[in-house]
Design a protein around this ligand. Structure first.
Ligand code: HEC
Length: 241
């Protein structure tokens, strides 16, 4: 096994490279935290409760096939937005397959209780409009094939570049050679596993746990590589040799 050449270890890099790599790792680290927060805020709330759970993952990819987004909202996050009898009429309408003819009755309710937030400027679905309300009343089939394809390719291209550079920097660290190879390769393996798990969950909701493991796996590998790289670039123990 070829060990890194002595002049290539992180502690011996010139200040310029250490500053460059530190800047890169700090920004990427911040990006990863934001990605985590974004997952908590979007997928994390999919089941109407804060925090990422297995149900969130199932709802996001497989969908909540026991009901529609509208019903889930009316019994979950939006529960406090209208009195019970109003929500009851709305849910009845949703369960009757959202007949357009009945809109004269329920339309004004959506207009009165919901449209104040769900207006054109809010970026939220305009539930005061019949076609929007009807769309949300359909059974939720989760992520579409089109959106999964789009997100998958962006994810695979984008994240592999992040780990190429993170791994490149970490490759210059002094570290047990076997563990170094494992740490450099795991993020790529987990990345493929993660994306594969979305597709599997789309068709078999029982696969949601793979998504959890995928995300956990590369976060852990990234943390070890970050911490080691920072330490060896700046702590005297490595720079003073
Ligand atoms: C006080 C403002 C407010 C009111 C009033 C309100 N909503 Fe919402 N609604 C929101 C916000 C904010 C979100 C996004 C929540 C999120 O994504 O975490 C949301 C999300 C939703 C969603 C989920 C949209 C999606 O694409 O998944 C539905 C459905 C919904 N609301 C329906 C309603 C209905 C029906 C009413 C009236 C009974 C209503 N809302 C009243 C603020 C409001």
């Amino acid at each position: 096994m070829i060990e890194p050449r002595d002049d290539l270890t992180l502690g011996k890099l010139s200040l310029s490279y250490r500053v460059l790599f530190t800047g890169f790792l700090l920004v990427i680290g911040l990006g990863l935290c934001m990605a985590g927060a974004q997952i908590m805020l979007t997928h994390g709330m999919a089941d109407g409760k804060p925090g990422l759970s297995m149900n969130d993952i199932v709802y996001s990819y497989y969908g909540n096939r026991s009901g529609s987004k509208m019903e889930a909202a009316l019994t979950g996050q939006m529960k406090s937005k209208a009195p019970d009898d109003v929500r009851f009429s709305m849910i009845q309408w949703v369960r009757d397959d959202a007949p357009v003819a009945e809109w004269i009755k329920v339309g004004p309710l959506f207009e009165k209780y919901c449209a104040s937030c769900h207006d054109a400027t809010s970026g939220l679905p305009e539930v005061g409009k019949p076609e929007v309300a009807k769309g949300l009343a359909e059974i939720d089939h989760g992520a579409s094939i089109a959106s999964l394809t789009r997100v998958s390719h962006i994810h695979l291209f984008g994240i592999s570049f992040i780990f190429l550079f993170v791994g490149w920097i970490f490759a210059m660290a002094e570290f047990n050679q076997r563990w170094k190879l494992i740490l450099i390769s795991t993020p790529f393996a987990f990345l493929v596993l993660d994306v594969a798990s979305w597709w599997l969950t789309k068709f078999w909701p029982g696969c949601a746990w793979i998504t959890m493991i995928g995300g956990f796996g590369y976060s852990l590998a990234a943390m070890v590589m970050f911490a080691t790289s920072f330490a060896q670039m700046w702590l005297p123990r490595w720079t003073k040799k």
